[in-house]
Structure formats: structure tokens, C-alpha cells
Design a protein around this ligand. Structure first.
Ligand code: CAA
Length: 291
């Protein structure tokens, strides 16, 4: 089974990046969202990223045009027919993801492979919203998708070998390194990242140190490219709270309880870069302004 045509639903931070790397690898891509405006915004972000690569001399103008020429847009799940692989990258909300998969099941070809980019929700569970648990899998990308080398592949209880092999080959076509995780809450990476970020928020909440010192500690003391609070703002505090809640419910272990400050920030709408305010403040382009 070869994957040449890819339908990506959800044109946000993850979805537009997944569409970009797929088109760069020569795949025909359709990028879809709830409205034409959102889908076009995702495609415009790809155009902007490609233009920067051209400026830096990493891509020819003609290559950039060819990549963008492979990205079509659509509204909702309706254009999913005619694609070998459907990747879902909508908000990290189980009810929304299930609803999206019910609609995609009706719209997509019967033999299409279904992959979710969920960062922590059960693959086995989401597969039950479709008619094809054997052809359903987790393909977890990392942000920024064009830069991060990893894809975490998660097989649900019923995922078959053909689906796994095709998705592994697809990830390799994108030039990514694959790790495999069992379908356990948070998989491998977010099971580590969730508690790390959460502990940083507890340290801030308890005034053990300032946000800047916590982040500088991780950057200079651990050689991380970003500190945990910066990273939470980058990924989205709502996404990180969702990950922690899945870990807490899934393992039933109090060590995963979310820091009350993180929950408060999400309640207040301080979601990070995307809302202009999180642990730090940002301008409309996402540049840091300070606290
Ligand atoms: N899209 C495309 N390329 C981007 C980019 C973006 N959004 N942001 C940065 N880049 C590229 C830059 O163009 C630059 O490329 P070159 O080196 O080829 O010139 C390179 O990345 C480095 O960027 P910068 O010099 O601007 O900035 P930086 O050195 O500070 O790096 C960073 C930025 C790559 C984001 C780096 O800070 C980093 O790696 N941070 C950690 C990211 C991380 O941990 N991601 C995982 C989050 S967890 C997740 O995604 C999973 C989940 O489920 C929650």
C-alpha cells in the first residue's frame, strides 16, 4: 500500500505543518478546516514558511511553487474521497475528534488509512468512531512540524500490520525518525513532557523561582532549546492541560494532577502565543514581549 494522496483536516499549528512536510515529500495534499477562510489561512502559512526557505537559499522559487501547487484546500470532511491517507489534526478534544471521524468515515474511500495526530487520547478509543479500527493509527507529529525530526507511531489494539507498515513508510518519506509507542495515556513523549511542564508550573505557583529563571534553568542547566514555561506557551497551555488531564484520568495516579495555576490560566484564556498571553506576553506575530 503506497500513500501518495493525503487529506489533512484541521489547518492550525499542526495541520498546516503536516500538510507542508507532506507536499514537500511530493505527496498531493488537501488541507481542510471548518471554513474556507481557515483552510486558506493554513495554506498561506505554508506559503510564508516556503518563502522564508527561499529567502535563506534553502529552496528554489520553482521548488517552493511546486510544493505549494501540491496543496489544495477544502471545507470540512467532504473532500476526503480520493485520498490514500486521512490525517486528523483538529483541536485536542475527544468529542470533537470523534464527531470528525464519524463524518470522515462517511466521506473517505472505504480503503483509506485513517491517522489521528492526537497528543494523548486513546487510539483504540478514537478508532471506534470509525468503521475501520484495523486501518486506524496514531501519527503524532511535533511542533514546529517542519523542524522536529520525530514522529511517534501508536498502534491501537486492532491496527493491522499493513496500516502500520504504510504509515511507517510514509513517515520515512517525510524524512522523519519514527518511534513506536503502545497505546497508553500520553504515549511516550507527552508522558515525559506533561509532568516536566507541570512541575515547572508548580514551582512558579509556589514562588520557588521566576518564570525567566525556571526557563533559563532548563535551557542552560539541561541544554533544552526552550524552557518548560516557554514551551507550554508555544504548544498551548490548553493542549498541555488536556495532556495532563488524560494522564491523570488514564493512570488514576495523583502524580499527574495538573497544577491549579495551569488550569486557571486556561480558564482565563491565557493559552500562550496563540492568544498573545500565557506565562509571557506576545505580539500578534508571536514574538515575545516579556511578562
Ligand atoms: N516553521 C518552520 N520552521 C521553523 C519554525 C516554524 N514554525 N520555527 C523555527 N523554524 C526553523 C527556523 O527557520 C530555523 O531554521 P534554520 O536553522 O534552517 O535557519 C530553525 O527552525 C531554528 O529557528 P530559529 O533560529 O528561529 O529559533 P530557535 O533556534 O530558537 O529554534 C525552535 C526554534 C526550533 C522552535 C526551538 O526553540 C525548539 O526546538 N524548541 C523546542 C520545540 C519542541 O520541544 N517542540 C515539541 C513540542 S511538544 C509537541 O509538539 C507535541 C505535543 O503533543 C504537545
Amino acid at each position: 500500500m503506497s500513500i501518495d494522496r493525503v487529506f489533512v483536516i484541521g489547518a492550525g499549528l499542526m495541520g498546516h505543518g503536516i500538510a507542508q512536510v507532506s507536499a514537500t515529500a511530493g505527496k498531493q495534499v488537501t488541507l481542510s478546516d471548518r471554513t474556507a477562510e481557515l483552510a486558506n489561512k493554513g495554506r498561506d502559512r505554508i506559503a510564508g514558511n516556503l518563502a522564508r526557505l527561499v529567502e535563506k537559499g534553502k529552496l528554489d522559487q520553482s521548488q517552493a511553487e511546486a510544493i505549494l501547487g501540491r496543496v489544495a484546500t477544502a471545507v470540512g470532511p467532504d473532500g476526503a474521497a480520493g485520498h490514500d491517507l486521512v490525517i486528523e489534526a483538529v483541536f485536542e478534544d475527544e468529542a470533537l475528534k470523534r464527531e470528525t471521524w464519524v463524518a470522515l468515515t462517511k466521506a473517505a474511500d472505504p480503503d483509506a488509512v485513517f491517522a489521528t495526530n492526537t497528543s494523548s487520547i486513546s487510539i483504540t478509543g478514537l478508532a471506534t468512531a470509525t468503521d475501520r479500527p484495523p486501518r486506524f493509527i496514531g501519527l503524532h507529529f511535533f511542533s514546529p512540524v517542519p523542524v522536529m525530526q520525530l514522529i511517534e507511531i501508536i498502534r491501537g489494539l486492532e491496527t493491522d500490520d499493513d496500516t502500520y507498515d504504510a504509515c511507517r513508510a510514509f513517515a520515512q518519506d517525510l524524512g522523519k525518525i519514527v518511534i513506536e509507542s503502545k497505546d497508553m495515556p500520553g504515549f511516550l513523549v507527552n508522558r515525559m513532557l506533561g509532568p516536566f511542564i507541570n512541575e515547572a508550573v508548580f514551582a512558579l505557583m509556589e514562588s520557588t523561582g521566576s518564570a525567566e529563571d525556571i526557563d533559563t534553568g532548563a535551557k542552560l542547566g539541561l541544554n533544552h532549546p526552550m524552557g518548560p514555561l516557554e514551551l507550554a506557551d508555544f504548544v498551548g497551555n490548553d493542549v498541555m492541560l488536556g495532556v495532563l488531564d488524560v494522564l491523570y484520568r488514564g493512570f488514576g495516579d495523583p502524580k499527574f494532577r495538573a497544577a491549579p495555576l495551569l488550569r486557571q490560566m486556561v480558564t482565563a484564556g491565557h493559552l500562550g502565543r496563540k492568544t498573545g498571553r500565557g506565562f509571557y506576553r506576545y505580539d500578534e506575530k508571536g514574538n515575545r514581549l516579556g511578562r
